[in-house]
Ligand binder design. Sequence first.
Ligand SMILES: [Zn+2]
Length: 179
Amino acid sequence: MPIKVELHSHTSDDPFDVIPYSTRDLIDRAARLGYGALAITLHDKQLDVAPFREYASKRGIVLIPGIERTIQGKHVLLINFANGGANVTSFDQLADLKRHDRGLVIAPHPFYPWPACMGSMMDRHAALVDAVEIHGMYAPGAISTRPQCVGRQTREACCGQRRRPSAVTARDDLFPRRG
Ligand SMILES: [Zn+2]
């Protein structure tokens, strides 16, 4: 049976984003929407999920450790690494982490036109990226500069087309995210 999973989310515990809902609020919301697992990926801070595990479990949610790490100025989601990846500051260190630890590396909306998105660095570091998050939100004037289908497996599929974010299937039914 498929499990609905959210792997990129922020809460009021985030040290950078101002988020108007708590971790428990997010767990409640995810449970109401039928999610089975949730990674809370604060900016550059690994949330200790232990105090929330029981609360989430009673609502049918598995909490997955995660962080949205800033690596050489780019946002990268590090999911379920035993050591968290909180100390990773370069893509060389990320490669080393992947060699020694099992976890998932996700490029959050890499071709959205924000400086913190990976953009052209995807070409150099595609081998480190396990998955790509498609950005389903629309911001006026913001047009993704390449199809958001580029990952380790589908890199060759990139053809330089432009795509409006509004044309991508929206998946923002938890809470709106801000990056
Ligand atoms: Zn984020």
